[in-house]
Design a protein. Structure first.
Lengths: 234, 455
């Protein structure tokens, strides 16, 4: 899955790299890189809610824990945590796991711009890996408008710094509706629409990428299983 | 009935383990480990004085290190800020170590407070790095009594499978060795911190490189196991952690548990620790050098932790995460006897070494057919690296037909691919590897016959 930028068909952003099932303790885990931004996500649960936290409503409790590399979490990290939560929470069927909780831990590894969308994508991959029932996938894209009015999808750190407007959007993969959006800067409504449509296009390609990851892992598992069964039949 | 009851108890314990995050080990499981160690065997096939597979990656930020030791994975980041030196030592900076374990990861139900393991690890690393004075604190001072650097090491534990001590201390040390403080200029007793882009930052000065080496002790002090896994740590009689630097100097020790350690035990372990610490420091220095070279080439920039993502490795559903390593042949044979009805007796691996030699010879013959992936004892299943192509269309490991996308793929179809499982390497193989098998041609003939018969 190592992809050169030249050989890269479709995806307009930085090179993607991903490994799933990296950790043994969590139910699902993934390590995801967009360019030099690297994030590790792990999903724990569903497991029983600890004492004192039992909620009155019947739905699953979804917790997100976004950890920066340095020290106690800053306000920015807290707000990012909330955004990741909104994006990833909607994916689950809430009624299926009443009185249970699911915890998504996202660890920042390297931040070179667009860490929010990277974290959401990693979170989604961790959920896929855990095998929890999902309504749809969630894909997130960061895009920005630079001073010349051009749209850059998945910009790097330097491009983000000089951007006039930066937007993180998360889509569902069924109807590509917006689940979460987070913007900084200014732009007019027309530009905003253009930006959104570009993000949506990119999100479709990213979904394909997710599929290919799942496929890649299942191909081997399939071969593995087939050989086991074949050898049994011999 | 008694048997049923004990089986039920085991089942309940396992159930409990899956529902609670805390790892509870069944009595029979721990008995098994102890019995195996009495026979000088470890579940994962390692020798007593063998480390698990270790990996060290540096991030693109200065002072960032990612260390994996088997399944134990840790990320360390060093940061610094200017602050006033302590009153007691006015011309020294300060260093602060913080180990953070998510309660999900090590699975102890203690709300709010840091877990016992976290505090324990934190203190030991403090002992090893801070109290052994490996960082030159005086060099951190900028103006005496006014300003000095305060170094903070944040170690976050991502996954826990025993021996947090070696993993964390290596990560912390690597991060410290990798870290650079921004350049500072003083004009008229006013401090100006230059940005990293404008002025080359300066590395910390380290006097020596201390590393914690953990041992689990079994059999009343007779068996010393290096680098214990979580199960071994839980089962062991006592734990011994030795801080050692590359000059074979002791920098911290901790001993706790049921056995009374004798002098020989400590000396023996310390000698082993010195060797391990030496190796780890060598690894650290070579990685550091590589990172430096790369930064020189690319004007101080690296891809960093992107390289920590392995594209050719698949661990899921492989044997790798089973604590007990059973060979595929053994599973196959027992499964066949179950399915077919007539029971083919499963030959014990240990009982008949000569037979092992023969069968392993056969297996390695089969390996030469086309293989889509290989299996490494330590890394799990390994794919050949992905081909560079447009993703989404044909995303398959090179060298094999994709049976996954075909809707009507049947087993017989797949058999045309002639995919065979790869030899699983057990600890016996290491001995066997040394023996040359190629000169026994008779055995190769029998393999051919057998293969035809089976088809």
């Amino acid at each position: 899955m190592e992809i050169d930028e030249e050989n890269f068909v479709g995806w307009p952003g930085r090179p993607l790299k991903c490994e799933i099932n990296v950790l043994s303790k969590p139910e699902g885990s993934s390590m995801f890189a967009q360019g030099n931004t690297v994030v590790m996500a792990s999903l724990f649960g569903p497991h029983e809610i600890k004492h004192g936290k039992i909620q009155t409503d019947e739905s699953v409790a979804f917790q997100t824990n976004y950890k920066t590399k340095v020290g106690p979490p800053s306000n920015e990290a807290k707000s990012q945590e909330d955004l990741i939560k909104t994006a990833c929470e909607s994916v689950l069927f809430p009624k299926n796991f009443a009185r249970h909780e699911v915890t998504l831990v996202v660890q920042e590894f390297q931040n070179a711009g667009g860490i929010l969308s990277c974290a959401i994508n990693a979170g989604c991959l961790a959920m896929i890996n855990s095998g929890i029932e999902m309504q749809y996938l969630v894909v997130a894209v960061t895009a920005c408008i630079n001073t010349d009015g051009e749209v850059i999808v998945d910009p790097n750190e330097a491009q983000l710094k000089v951007a006039r407007m930066a937007l993180d959007v998360a889509f569902d993969t069924v109807s590509y509706n917006i689940i979460m959006a987070n913007g900084q800067g200014t732009c007019n409504p027309k530009e905003y629409k253009h930006l959104l449509s570009k993000c949506r296009e990119a999100a479709r390609i990213l979904t394909e990428y997710f599929r290919s990851i799942v496929k890649k892992y299942s191909v081997v598992l399939h071969i593995h299983l087939v050989t086991v069964i074949l050898n049994m039949n011999k | 009935m008694v048997e049923d009851a004990s089986l039920l108890a085991i089942f309940l314990k396992r159930l409990l383990r899956t529902f609670m995050r805390e790892s509870v080990f069944a009595n029979c499981e721990s008995d098994f480990v102890v019995a195996a160690i009495k026979k000088k065997k470890r579940l994962d096939g390692r020798l007593f004085e063998e480390l698990r597979n270790i990996e060290l990656h540096f991030g693109s930020d200065y002072g960032c290190a990612y260390v994996t030791l088997g399944e134990t994975k840790v990320l360390a980041q060093v940061s610094c800020e200017l602050s006033e030196p302590r009153n007691a030592r006015k011309n020294e900076g300060n260093i602060f170590v913080n180990v953070e374990i998510n309660d999900m990861v090590c699975g102890v139900f203690e709300t709010g407070h840091q877990s016992h393991l976290g505090i324990h690890t934190n203190r030991l690393i403090e002992k090893c790095i801070k109290d052994s004075r490996c960082v030159d604190l005086e060099a951190l001072c900028i103006i005496s009594e006014e300003q000095a650097w305060e170094i903070r090491v944040d170690v976050s534990v991502l996954n826990y499978d025993g021996n947090l001590f070696t993993c964390c201390s290596l990560a912390a040390l690597a991060a410290l060795a990798h870290f650079r403080t921004p350049h500072v200029t003083i004009e008229n007793s006013e401090i100006r911190v230059e940005s990293i882009k404008e002025h080359e930052p300066e590395p910390l000065s380290l006097h020596h490189y201390p590393i914690l080496v953990a041992f689990a002790i079994f059999g009343e002090g007779h068996d010393i196991l290096l680098d214990p896994t979580e199960l071994e740590e839980k089962v062991c009689e006592s734990e011994l952690i030795i801080g050692m630097n590359s000059f074979r100097e002791l920098c911290g020790m901790h001993f706790s548990g049921r056995t009374t350690g004798n002098r020989l035990l400590i000396v023996k372990a310390a000698q082993q620790a010195a060797l391990v610490a030496g190796d780890l420091v060598k690894l650290l220095k070579s990685k550091l050098e590589k990172d430096n070279e790369e930064r020189k080439k690319n004007r101080g920039k690296t891809d960093g932790l992107v390289t920590a993502i392995h594209l050719d490795r698949i661990l899921s559903a492989s044997q790798d995460r089973n604590s007990l390593r059973v060979t595929m042949r053994e599973i196959e044979e027992s499964a066949r006897s179950l399915f077919v009805g007539h029971s083919a007796p499963v030959t014990g691996k240990d009982s008949d070494d000569d037979q092992d030699l023969e069968s392993d010879g056969k297996e390695s013959e089969n390996d030469e057919t086309e293989v889509a992936y290989s299996k490494d004892k330590r890394l799990g299943i390994q794919l050949p690296p992905m081909e560079k192509m447009a993703f989404g269309e044909k995303w398959i490991p090179s060298g094999n037909k994709n049976a996954w996308t075909l809707p009507n793929a049947t087993l017989s179809d797949a058999s045309d691919d002639e995919v065979d499982y790869v030899k699983t390497i057990t600890d016996e193989d290491r001995i066997i590897d040394k023996i040359d098998l190629n000169d026994s041609e008779e055995e190769q003939d029998t393999v051919m016959l057998e293969a035809q018969e089976l088809k």
